[in-house]
Design a protein around this ligand. Structure first.
Ligand code: C2E
Ligand code: CA
Ligand code: CA
Length: 708
C-alpha cells in the first residue's frame, strides 16, 4: 500500500502513535538498564566488603601463626572485624568455619557454633551446604546466589542475593547477602522519575503534533478542500490563510490568484455568451434576430433542397411604429414590441420560428407545414392578435400589421431572397391597404403590368439601351471629390429613362441580375480604360452590385478577368454591397470578402442602418466604408432620433477604423450637421446630381472644391 493513499491527518496520527511507542519503549529499556546497573553496583560493593574483610582475616591468621598475637587476641580481633563490618540495613555478614559450621554471624548470634544441617528453620540448607562445599574448588572467584529466604527479622521468604568466598590459606568462608526488596524503594523512585520524564516527552510530542495539525495539516486540508470546491465551480468562497507568511500563505495566495483567474474567466465567458446572445437574439424581445432567422432559413432550405418541400416565410411589418416611437419614446416602443412578441409567441407551435428582423418587423418561418395547417387562418390570427389594443401608461393604442408571404422554392432558394421578397410583399400590401399578400400575387400582377418591361430588359443590353452616370462623393476634410458612385440608367425606347429602383428588382426576380451586373462591371472597366487612354486622372469608381452576383463562387475570377481584359487595376474600384449580403454565414462571408479584397478592390456597406448588421458582426468583416442610409440623413435636421443613430454609427465606425459616407445629402443644414459630427465623406444632390460621362469629365477637369 502506498503511503500516498493515506490522508495527511492519518499520516500524522500514525507518526504520533509510532513516536509514543518509541518513547515508551526507550523509557522501559532505560529503566531496565538502570536496574541492571544498580544490581551490578551492589554486587561490586558486596565483593569489595568481603575482599577487604578477607584480607584482614588473612593478615590476622598470619600474625596468629607467627605467634605475634595470642590466640585470644586473634579471636577477639576476628570478632571485632566481623561485627564492625558495614552492610545494608537488611543485609548481613557471616564467617563460616569449614564444614558449614557458623562461626560468626552478627545478625544471628544464636546461630554461632551451629552446623547448617542442624539448623531446623533452614528450608534450603541442603542446597546451601552443597554450595558451600563447592566454594574451596572455585577459589578466588566471586560466587553469587539468588534464592528465597526470610529476613533475619522474620516474615515470608523473599528473594535475596548472597555472596560467599573462601578466605585464602584458611578453612573460613566469608559470606554476605542482601535482600532484593531493599532495592524496591530505589527502583520505585527511579521508575517514577522515568515515568514522569516519559509523560513529559509524550506530552511535548502530542503538543507538537497538535501544533503541526493546527498550523500545517488543517490549513493544507482546508486549502485542498477549497481547491476542490473551486474546481467544482464554487468561486464565491473566500480563500483562507492568505495572511500567513509561510509556505501555507504562499499556497493560499496562489489559490486566491487561481480563484481570481476563474472569476475573470467566468466574466469573460459570460461576456462572450452575452455577445453571442446579441449575435443571435434581439435584446428587447429576446426573439431570434434577422441574422439567426437568416441562418435558420438557410438551414431549412438546404434540408429541403432535394425534396423541394415547401417552407413558408411571413414578413410581419407593424404600421407606423417609427412615428409612434418619436411621439412615445423608446420605452413605450419597447413595451409595444415586447407585448407583440409575447402575443405572437402564444401562437407558435413546434413548426414555427419567430424572429424580430428590424425596428418594427417580425419574421415567422413555417417548416414542415402539415397539410391541415391552414396558412390563411394562421395569418388572420397573427393579424388579429397584433391588432388587439395594447395598454400603455396613459392610453390604449392599436397597431395594424401587414404581412408578406414567400414560399420556398417558388419565390427563391436563398434566405435573403425569401426574406427580402416577403418584405416587398408586405410593403406592397400596405400600399394597397391590404392586410397581407403572397409575393407570388405580386409577381403575377407585376408580370401582367411589367411583362413588357421584363421582355425588354433582356434585349436592352444587346440594344445598348443602358448607360452609366456618375455621382461624385466628397471628402469633408479636403473638400474634394473622393470617388464617384456609378448608377445605372435605362433609356427605354418607348417609356424613356427608367429608374434602377424599378428595373433592378425586376432583374433580380427574373434571374437577369447577374447579366446586368456583368454588363455594369464591363462598362465601368471600359470607361476607365478610355479615361486612362485620354490621360484623365479620375478618383475611384464605386459599383452597386447585387448580393446574388457577389455570392457566386466564381465572382472574383470573373471580376479579375473583366478588368484584366481592359488592363485596368482593380484598385480603382469599390463595390457597394447591401447589408442583406452580410447575413450569410459569418465564416463564409469573411472568406468571400477576403478573397474579393485580395484583388485590390475596396468594399463598402450600402444602406447601412436599414438591415440588422450588429456591431460585432461588422467588426469581424474586412470592409472599408459604411454608407449611412439616406433615410437617416433625410430628417437629420428635424429628427433627434436619427441624429442619435448617425452619431452612434460614426462613433462606432471610428472605433473600427472605417470611413463613414452619408448619402442623399440635400440641404446645407444636413451638411453642416455631418461636418460637426465628423462624418468623413458625403454624397447627394446638394453637392452634385448623378452626371453623364461628359459632365463628370468636365467636373474632374474643374478641380472642384466644395465650400468648407
Ligand atoms: P443606392 O445604391 O442607394 O443609390 C443611391 C440612389 O440615391 C441613387 O438612385 C441616386 O441617384 C439617389 N440619390 C443620390 N443622391 C440623392 C439625393 O441627394 N437625394 C435623393 N432623393 N436621391 C439621391 P438611383 O440611381 O435611382 O438608384 C437606385 C438604386 O438602384 C440604388 O440605390 C442601387 O441600389 C440600385 N442601382 C443603381 N445602379 C445600379 C447598378 O449598376 N447595379 C445594381 N445592381 N444596382 C444599381
Ligand atoms: Ca449605392
Ligand atoms: Ca444607398
Amino acid at each position: 500500500m502506498l503511503l500516498s493513499s493515506f490522508t495527511i491527518r492519518q499520516k500524522l496520527i500514525g507518526l504520533v502513535i509510532i513516536l509514543t511507542l518509541g518513547i515508551i519503549t526507550t523509557s522501559c529499556l532505560a529503566f531496565y538498564f538502570s536496574y541492571q546497573d544498580t544490581l551490578t553496583g551492589k554486587k561490586e560493593q558486596i565483593r569489595n566488603v568481603i575482599q577487604a574483610s578477607s584480607s584482614q582475616i588473612v593478615f590476622l591468621n598470619r600474625q596468629n601463626n607467627a605467634g605475634t598475637i595470642t590466640a585470644g587476641d586473634w579471636e577477639q580481633r576476628i570478632h571485632d572485624l566481623i561485627y564492625n563490618t558495614q552492610y545494608g540495613k537488611d543485609g548481613y555478614i557471616y564467617l563460616m568455619a569449614k564444614e558449614t559450621q557458623v562461626y560468626l554471624h552478627p545478625k544471628r548470634p544464636d546461630l554461632e557454633g551451629k552446623f547448617l544441617e542442624d539448623i531446623e528453620d533452614l528450608p534450603a540448607s541442603k542446597l546451601m551446604i552443597d554450595g558451600f562445599k563447592r566454594i574451596p574448588h572455585i577459589q578466588g572467584s566471586a560466587q553469587f546466589w539468588k534464592f528465597y529466604w526470610p529476613k533475619p527479622s522474620g516474615g515470608p521468604a523473599i528473594a535475596k542475593l548472597t555472596y560467599a568466598q573462601q578466605v585464602p590459606d584458611s578453612d573460613f568462608i566469608l559470606g554476605t547477602g542482601i535482600y532484593l526488596d531493599d532495592l524496591t524503594p530505589l527502583y520505585i523512585k527511579r521508575g517514577l522519575s522515568y515515568f514522569s520524564i516519559t509523560l513529559a516527552v509524550l506530552f511535548a510530542a502530542i503538543a507538537t503534533a497538535l501544533l503541526i495539525a493546527k498550523n500545517i495539516v488543517n490549513p493544507i486540508i482546508n486549502l485542498s478542500s477549497q481547491m476542490r470546491n473551486l474546481s467544482d465551480g464554487d468561486i464565491d468562497q473566500t480563500i483562507k490563510y492568505t495572511e500567513h507568511r509561510d509556505e501555507i500563505g504562499q499556497m493560499a495566495n496562489a489559490l486566491a490568484c487561481f480563484r481570481e483567474h476563474l472569476i475573470e474567466n467566468k466574466r469573460l465567458r459570460y461576456m462572450h455568451e452575452h455577445v453571442q446572445f446579441l449575435e443571435n437574439f434581439d435584446p428587447v424581445t429576446r426573439l431570434y434576430n434577422r441574422r439567426a432567422m437568416g441562418e435558420s432559413l438557410e438551414r431549412e432550405i438546404v434540408r429541403n433542397f432535394e425534396s423541394q418541400d415547401s417552407i413558408y416565410f411571413l414578413f410581419i411589418r407593424l404600421d407606423l411604429l417609427r412615428n409612434l416611437t418619436i411621439e412615445l419614446g423608446d420605452d413605450q416602443r419597447d413595451h409595444i414590441l415586447v407585448e407583440t412578441a409575447n402575443r405572437l409567441r402564444q401562437l407558435l407551435s413546434i413548426n414555427h420560428r419567430l424572429a424580430r428582423l428590424s425596428e418594427g418587423c417580425f419574421g415567422l418561418m413555417l417548416i414542415n407545414k402539415p397539410e391541415d395547417t391552414d396558412l390563411e387562418a394562421l395569418i388572420t390570427s397573427v393579424l388579429n392578435t397584433i391588432e388587439k389594443p395594447i395598454k400603455l401608461e396613459q392610453l390604449h393604442i392599436q397597431i395594424a400589421a401587414r404581412i408578406g408571404v414567400t414560399q420556398f422554392p417558388e419565390d427563391g432558394d436563398q434566405q435573403f431572397e425569401l426574406i427580402g421578397r416577403a418584405e416587398i410583399a408586405a410593403k406592397t400590401a400596405r400600399k394597397k391597404e391590404q392586410g397581407w399578400m403572397y409575393f407570388s400575387q405580386l409577381r403575377e400582377q407585376q408580370v401582367e403590368q411589367k411583362m413588357e418591361l421584363w421582355q425588354d430588359l433582356s434585349s436592352a443590353m444587346e440594344n445598348d439601351q443602358f448607360y452609366l452616370v456618375f455621382q461624385p462623393l466628397f471628402d469633408l476634410q479636403s473638400n474634394t471629390p473622393k470617388s464617384a458612385e456609378t448608377l445605372l440608367r435605362w433609356d427605354h425606347p418607348k417609356h424613356g429613362p427608367i429608374s434602377p429602383a424599378v428595373f433592378v428588382p425586376l432583374a433580380e426576380q427574373s434571374g437577369l441580375i447577374s447579366r446586368l451586373d456583368h454588363w455594369v462591371l464591363n462598362a465601368v472597366a471600359k470607361q476607365c480604360r478610355q479615361w486612362i487612354d485620354k490621360d484623365i486622372t479620375f478618383p475611384r469608381i464605386a459599383i452597386n452590385l447585387s448580393g446574388i452576383s457577389f455570392l457566386r463562387s466564381d465572382f472574383e475570377t470573373k471580376l479579375q478577368e473583366i478588368f484584366d481584359t481592359y488592363t485596368v487595376p482593380l484598385s480603382n474600384i469599390e463595390l457597394e454591397l447591401t447589408e442583406g449580403v452580410l447575413i450569410e454565414d459569418l465564416a463564409r462571408i469573411q472568406d468571400k470578402l477576403k478573397r474579393v479584397r485580395e484583388t485590390g478592390i475596396r468594399i463598402s456597406i450600402d444602406d447601412f442602418g436599414t438591415g440588422y448588421s450588429s456591431l460585432s458582426r461588422i467588426k469581424n468583416l474586412p470592409v472599408d466604408h459604411l454608407k449611412i442610409d439616406k433615410s437617416f440623413i433625410d430628417d437629420l435636421d428635424v429628427n433627434n432620433q436619427d441624429l442619435k443613430i448617425v452619431q452612434a454609427i460614426i462613433l462606432m465606425a471610428q472605433g473600427l477604423q472605417l470611413k463613414v459616407v452619408a448619402e442623399g445629402v440635400e440641404t446645407e443644414r444636413q451638411l453642416s450637421i455631418l461636418r460637426e459630427e465628423k462624418c468623413d465623406i458625403v454624397q447627394g444632390y446638394l453637392l452634385s446630381r448623378p452626371l453623364s460621362v461628359s459632365d463628370y469629365e468636365a467636373l474632374l477637369d474643374e478641380d472642384l472644391i466644395i465650400e468648407g
